[in-house]
Design a protein around this ligand. Structure first.
Ligand code: DGJ
Length: 743
């Protein structure tokens, strides 16, 4: 190591220049410390650089704002300086990354650098989901390094640790912030962002994901302008409506070209993502817990951990960001033993029976399904307490033996005898007003004293900020899960939080409820996966209202949407796959007319769309048309043939029906480039359109490929640059799979 240069693989500290350089495979991130007041400035994030001395980008020498020379215009200086983690109220009038309130009622705060540490691997974040490093054969972390910048507000005696972890194998930087109260006084944190980044605006456009129930994660793109723009959730969950993700892209960015800055949170509760453009046309990008209703009491000696943020930069368009996030989530977020495994093809009884089922009906479905190649029956809502509709019994996690004589163990045994696995639905966070649990513990529901809490789907939310509530639910769940051979759990959550009030929290801690609720949910999921490590967990929230990297830390897959219509799913799965790997996308073939939109689509097309996910069925296999049922053995074989590729390969978006209104196409390519699967869905037939050309991606340009079932051999370069002609299909909603193998 050269003098004055402290290096730890991906992270280097240049002591003389007081610059930190963080390098991933293709990106660099530079941080500088100013003279005098030791402000931590953001210098650069983008394409990988050789040079490190880019301090000129901090503009600290631009008179009259020269902190090392005079303090004459400190306020003006602070209002334009690209601060790495800005405080509030001392001259920077832009949106602060963190805010406080002191006992004296003051709100000013400002951080300065004190020291740093660079080490291999990364620390866990207590109670929160977070990315992790790989472990080498020697048990030591591999390919991951962390920089911790220790900074302080010496007036408040508050310490912040800004931590940055770089991962060698992916172009992602994980950021985390921890705040410690070193003073003798209580202080209230009213905002703690997980990341902040100041950049010159480059006519950025923001890409965000939006929707509604059964219409999640549609992609929106718009130019950002002066002022604030962003996405938030105050629903206590990531939500159907918005999504904990934003990307800023340079104008005209396509799948292949343009620069992309992506940010997502490893968090499932309330969030705020904002891009503020200021008077100097610089943009401050932030992500973290939504400050609305947030107020955390930090007693002397206590600390607060903000959720982790995942940053990525791509110089090669959206597909670069997608690839980084897919690989990162598969390798550094999902822990489940199922993450690299084929998941059993399941059949879920929800759209088949809703609440109208009994053992006989379930076994009839299972018997028929087993003969068709389906591998697991999942019993959805309605198996417990007096649950005969969605009006009652949530919280009473005891099997209803009237519906299921012999209980779950008898049912599971019967199903196992058919050669199938058995899975079960829960909604642990909820309670029905008409339930034994609520009658016994009315104070366990979230509510404001004196105000009747609002119902949604006729249910209340349990106060998971209280450990006794979490324990009480766990006891019931554990009993059920130990009572039968249950190999899969679907964890549902069917309403957002409202009427925020906890019967257990003191008045000055009520502002902690939403975050403490999430910590309670995470703790229960952790108990579930550690006590039953072989259970395959699928998260769900009224479809896809809690689809985020936080949940993927516990479950390798998430039910993507309650809209199972193949055509509606195109936009939903396109938006989801923009940042999440296909291996996480819960997708099933359902019956027609579709229960959400009434559309009729070919059974074959429904299979192709579900194939770009975990794959399963959501129908009564004893009652669907014979010509559909006959297709199931071939469909299940198709899943087995392609799932390794879909689950582990690189994903490319080739065409978007949301943009062209006509057809959708995506492709997966094996990591070694020797095999690829292209899916083409013709949403609308059109006269005169005999064929369509699509340009493949990710192949070896100098290798030859054969298309299964067709004559001839094509060069990878031909398929990518000249394109592949997909013959016209007859009718709307038609689909085609194209399988290529290198020769
Ligand atoms: C919402 C889920 O998304 C559905 O799949 C189903 O499990 C219902 N809840 C059951 O209430």
């Amino acid at each position: 190591m050269k003098e004055g240069k402290e290096k730890s693989m991906g992270i280097t500290y240049f002591e003389k220049e007081r610059i930190f350089k963080l390098d991933t495979k293709n990106t660099s991130y530079l941080i500088g410390i100013t003279d005098e007041e030791n402000f931590i400035g953001h210098i650069y994030y983008g394409k990988k650089l050789e040079d490190h001395n880019l301090a000129y980008l901090l503009r600290t020498e631009e008179s009259p704002y020269v902190p090392s020379v005079n303090a004459r215009d400190r306020v003006s200086f602070l209002d334009s300086f690209p601060m790495e983690y800005p405080g509030h109220g001392t001259g920077d009038y832009r949106e602060a990354a963190f805010r406080v309130k002191t006992q004296a009622g003051h709100t000013a705060c400002s951080l300065s650098y004190v020291s740093h540490e660079i080490f291999a691997g990364k620390k866990e974040i207590p109670g929160l989901p977070a990315s992790f490093a790989k472990t080498g054969k020697d048990g030591k972390p591999e390919g991951c390094f962390t920089l911790e910048l220790l900074c302080t507000d010496s007036v408040l005696n508050l310490t912040a640790v800004l931590s940055y972890s770089v991962f060698e194998d992916t172009d992602v930087i994980a950021r985390h912030v921890s705040i410690l109260n070193n003073s003798e006084n209580t202080i209230w944190l009213t905002k703690v962002s997980s990341m902040c980044m100041d950049m010159d605006n480059r006519e950025f456009e923001a890409i965000t994901l939006h929707g509604s129930w059964a219409r999640e994660r549609h992609i929106q793109r718009q130019k950002i302008g002066i002022g604030m723009q962003g996405v938030t959730s105050g629903r206590g969950e990531s939500g159907h409506q918005d999504h904990p993700f934003i990307a800023l892209v340079t104008p005209n960015t396509t799948q292949d070209t343009g620069e992309v800055y992506g940010v997502q949170l490893v968090y499932s509760g309330n969030y705020e993502f904002r891009a503020d453009v200021n008077q100097y046309d610089s943009v401050r990008l932030q992500a973290g817990i939504n400050p609305v209703d947030f107020c955390w009491k930090l007693e002397a000696g206590a600390h607060f951990d903000a959720p982790e943020a995942l940053l990525t930069y791509s110089a090669s368009g959206l597909s670069g960001m997608t690839a980084h996030y897919h690989d990162f989530i598969r390798q550094h977020i999902i822990r489940s033993p199922y993450k690299d495994k084929k998941r059993p093809i399941l059949i879920n009884n929800w759209e088949a029976t809703y609440f109208d089922f009994n053992t006989e009906k379930l076994l009839a479905i299972a018997k028929e399904a087993a003969g068709l190649g389906i591998e697991m029956l999942v019993l959805d809502d309605g198996w417990f307490g007096a649950r005969s509709s969605d009006n009652c019994a949530l919280g009473d996690w005891v099997v209803n033996e009237e519906k299921l004589p012999g209980g779950l163990s008898g049912l599971a045994e019967e199903i196992n005898r058919l050669g199938m696995k058995f899975g079960l639905w829960f909604e642990p966070e909820m309670v029905s007003p008409d339930s034994d649990l609520y009658r016994k513990h009315p104070d366990w529901a979230i509510a404001v004293p004196g105000r009747t809490p609002g119902r949604a789907r006729n249910q209340y939310v349990l106060d998971f900020s209280r450990s006794e509530v979490v324990d009480g639910v766990w006891e019931m769940m554990e009993r059920v899960l130990s009572s039968a051979n249950i190999e899969y759990v679907k964890w549902d959550m069917n309403r957002p939080l409202s009427d925020l009030g906890s019967a257990a929290l003191p008045p000055d801690r009520q502002g902690e409820l939403s975050h403490r609720y999430m910590l309670g949910v995470y703790s229960l999921q952790e108990r579930l996966v550690s006590r039953f490590p072989n259970i395959l967990l699928e998260n769900c929230s009224g479809g896809g209202a809690r689809y985020d990297a936080g949940m993927l830390y516990y479950s390798p897959q998430i039910w993507c949407s309650d809209d199972t219509d193949a055509i509606e799913r195109l936009a939903i799965q396109e938006g989801t796959a923009l940042i999440y790997p296909l291996s996480t996308i819960g997708a099933h073939v359902s019956d027609c007319p579709n229960h959400a939109v009434g559309r009729v689509t070919p059974f074959e097309t429904r299979g192709y769309v579900a194939l770009a996910g975990t794959f399963g069925y959501e129908l009564d296999v004893t009652r669907i048309p014979e010509e559909d049922r006959k297709q199931i053995p071939a469909q299940t074989a198709m899943y087995h043939k392609y799932n390794d590729l879909v689950r582990e390969g690189d994903y490319f978006r080739l065409a978007s029906a949301s943009e062209n209104q006509m057809y959708d196409s995506w492709q997966v390519v094996s990591k070694d480039g020797t095999e690829s699967l292209v899916t083409f869905i013709q949403v609308k037939g059109r006269t005169g359109q005999r064929s369509r050309r699509i340009f493949l991606r990710g192949l070896h340009p100098d290798k030859k490929y054969r298309i299964e079932g067709e004559d001839g051999v094509f060069g990878g370069d031909t398929l990518m640059y000249a394109g592949l002609q997909v013959a016209g299909l007859w009718g709307d909603f038609q689909g085609k799979l194209i399988h290529l193998v290198q020769v």
